[in-house]
Design a protein around this ligand. Sequence first.
Ligand code: ADP
Length: 905
Amino acid sequence: MNEKNDFYKGLIINAPYAYVCVKETHNTFENSEGFFLIDVNPCFCKLIKAGHEELIGRRTADIELLSDMDLEIYFDEIEKNKEEKVIKKFFPKLNQWYRVMIYSPEQGCFALLLMELAEEKDPIMEYSDLMLSVSDAIIEFDSNYIVKTVKTVPSCPIREITGKNINQIFSKKIAAQYIKAFEKVHITEVIEEIEYKDVLHKTGCSWYRARIHMKNKNKRAGFIAVITDITKEKMAELELRIKTEELELFFEMLPGLLCAVDQEGNIVKCNKAWKEIMGYTPEELVTMNIKDLIHENDLSSIIKVVLELKKHNGFKQHVSRCLKKDGSYCYISWNCCYDGECFYAIASDISKIKAFEKELMAQKRFLKTLIDTIPDYIYYKDKEGRYLGCNKAVAEDIFMLKEEEIIGKNDIEIQDNEFSKNCIKQDRKVLEQKKTMIYEEKVEPPGKTIYLETIKTPFYNDEGSVSGVIGVSRDITNRLISQEKIKESEERFRQLAENIEEAFWLSTDTEMLYISPGFERIWDRSRDCIYEDIFNLRNYIYKEDKKKILRILNTKEYKVNGYFNEKYRIVKPDGTLRWVWEKIFPIRDENGKIVRRAGIIEDITTLKIAEEVVARTREEMMQVELRKKSVELQQLGELEKLRTDFFANLSHELRTPINLILAALKMIEINDQETEDKTMSNHKYLKIMKQNSYRLMRLINNLIDVTRLDAGFLSFNASTWDIIYILKSITHSVAIYAKSKNIALSFESEVDSIFIKCDPDKIERILLNLLSNAIKYNKDNGSIKVFVSKLDKELLISVSDTGIGIPKDKLNLIFERFKQVDSRLTKEGEGSGIGLSLVKAFVEMHGGKITVDSILGMGTDFSIKLPIHGGKDCINDRIMENEDCDDLRIERIRMEFSDIYGIEF
Ligand code: ADP
C-alpha cells in the first residue's frame, strides 16, 4: 500500500501538470471554515510562483486561483455522482485556459490536476465553466435570506449589502425569484438557476444569472448565489431568438410554398401556404414523402435535380406537376438548394402562368395564322435590325426563304442588295425619330419586280423605350401600273378632247373642271368665262330655247339620272345663231352618287339646215304627189263611170238588136206553124239563127253579170225556199234536152224537202250551168246525176257526169274567169270560160263553197255546199209551178244550153 502510495506520489511530484489537493475543514488550523491546501506538486508551485511550504495549509481562496464557492460546487457534484470531473477552465490570474480534472481521493479531500490548454484560444466553454470563470459575485444568504457575506471579483465591485434582507437588495420581483429558488433548492438539494435583469453593478442595467445552492448541505446554514453577468449572452440569445422568430414568421407569411425535405424525401417542414395552394395541412405534409406529390412522369427529372444539387450545391430551378389534395395536378416551379442534410425548396403554383402560357401560345398561333393570311408583308425587327418575326408573304414572296431562315438575321445577312440597304436606313430613321414613316420601295426577287408601299413604326417595351420596328408593306405594283395607265389614258383623252370639233366638258355641280377648245370654236367665246362661273355655259342659249333647256336641267329626273340629250340654239357674239346638240352623262362613285358630269356639245347647224331643206322638199314632194293622186283618182272615177256606162250602153246596144231578131224569129216560127208552108232548109236556118241568138244573149248576160259583180251591183234576192224542190224541178226541166243528146239524167235526194235562204234565180243559173257543162263535155250514152244530201249544217249538191273529165293541173283554173281547159279536149267553139266563174260567185253569195273532182276520161263531179239556215217563216212554196214560170224557164234553159250543139229547142 505504501509502495503504491509512493509510486503515485512520485508520479505526481514529477508530473508535467499542476497538482493540488484541498480539504474542506472546519476549524482545522485557524478555526475557520473553508478549503485549505494540503498538498501541491512542484509544477503547481511553479505556476503560483510560491514554495511548497508556503502553500501547504493555506486557504485556497488566498491564492486567488480557486474560490471556495467554485470548489464547493465541483465537490458537491463529484460527491453526488461519485466520479471524477473534467472541466475546461480559464484562470484569470494565470491568464490561461486549463483542463482541470477533479476527483476525490478520500472523503472530504479533493485533488485537482491542471493541464495547460495551449491550443484553446476560443473562449467556448461549458456553461458551468463559464459560470465559474466569469462569475461576477457570490452572495451568501443565511436561512432568513439576509446577506451574510459578499464576494465580488475585482473587476466588478458590488455595492455594500451585507446584513441586508434579500428584499432590500433586489426589487420585489427579483427577490421573489430568489426566494422561490431557495425554496426549491431546499427541497431538491439541486442547484437552481434564475435569470434576471437588475442594476447590480454601477455600470448599469445588466442581465444576471444566479446559481443557487445550499451551503454545506446544511439547511440551516443558508444559501449561496453565484451571480454571473450574462448580459452579452442574453443579448445574443435574444437577438437570435428575435431573428429566429422573424425567420419563422417570414417562413409562414411567405405566399409561396416552402418545404424542407430530408435525404429520403420525407417532408420535414413546410409552411401554411401549402394548405391554401395544395390543400394539405403542414401536419399532413410532414407524414408524407415528396414522391407522393410529384407526377410520375416528372419524377425522373426531379431525381436528376436532386443528384445535381448533391454534387454541386447551389440553386436549381425545376417545374413539375404536383398532386393537389383534390386529386388534380398543378404546375409547381421549385427553387431548390441543399445544405448537406436537407433539401430546401421554395415553390410557387404556376398553373395559372402555365395556362396563360398555353393561352399565349394559342394567341400567338392565332396571330401568326392571322398575319399569314394577310396578303400584306408584315414583319418586326429588334433595335439592331434583326428579324423577330414575319408573315408567310414576306418569307415566300420577298425573300423566297423559310421563316426560320429569316428570324435572327438582319437584312444584309439575308441578302446584300439595294433593297436591304435602304431597309436598314429606313429602320434607323424610324428608331431615331421614334416616328411612323411611310415610303415607297422596290424589291426584286428573282423573276419579278414588286413595288411596295411600306409603313414602318417603332414599338416599345414595358418601360416605354423603343424595342424595334414593325413594318407593313403593301404590294402597289398593280396600282402603280394602273395609275400609269390612267395617266396615259388621261393624256390620250386630253389630246383627243383638245382636237375634237365638239366641245367636251367635265364638271362637278358647281365647278367646271375641264372644257375643251371646241367650245371656243362653236361659241366664238373664251373658255375662261366658263371656268370662272360654270353657269355661264347656259348664258348664251337663244332666248326661245333657254327656258326649256333650263327647265330640263332643273328637273328631278336630270338631277337623279344625270342624262340629258337636247338640241338647242346658241347666240354667238355677232348675234348669229348656231344649232347645238348637247348630251350629258353622269359619273358616279362606288356608292352610285353622281360626283361628276360629262357633256359633249356638237355644232349641228349645217345638219339642222340640211334637215330643214329635206323636210321642206319632202313636204313639197308630198303636195305634188297628192295633187297627182287626186287627179288619178278623179281619172279613175271617170274611167269607172265610163266603163259602167260603156257596159250599160253595150248591153243595151247588143240586146236590142238580138231581142228584135229573136222576136222576128218567133213571129216567123208562129207563122210557119200556122201556114204549114215551110221548107226544111228554112227551118234549119231559122234554128241556127235562134240558137246563136240565144248564145249571144247568154254571152251578153254573163258579161253584164260579170260587170255588175265587179261593180258590186249584182242583185241577190234571197228568201226561204224549199231548195230540194227547186233543184228537182230544174233537173226535170233539163231531162228532155239531155235525152236528145242521148245522155241519162237522174235526180236523187236523201231528204224530201229542206228550206234554206236562197235566191232561186241564182240557184237555177248555178244548176243549169253545171248541167249544161255536164252535157256539153259528156260522151255518147253517158249519164248525169244530180244528188242532194244533208250534212250536219250544210246541204250538199253534187252534179256528176261520165264525161271527158278535167286534167288534175287544170282543176284549180276552171273557176277563174275566161279560163278553159285545153281546147283540144273541148268541142270547138263551145263556151266562153265565164260560166263557172259566175257559178262560183253565185255559190259564194249564198255563203257556200264549190269544189270539183275529176278523173280524166272518166267523168267530173262538182260539189256545192250551202249553209242551212233560215226558218219556215215567210216560206215561198211552189210558186214556180205556174205556166208562165215554166215558159220563162224554158227560155232560160235554151239560153244556158245554147252553146251545146245538137240540142233541140
Ligand atoms: P265554157 O263556157 O267554156 O264552158 P265554163 O266556165 O262553163 O266555160 O267552163 C270552163 C271550162 O271547164 C270549160 O271550157 C271546160 O273545158 C271545163 N269544163 C267545165 N265543165 C266540165 C265538165 N262537166 N266536163 C269536162 N270539162 C268541163
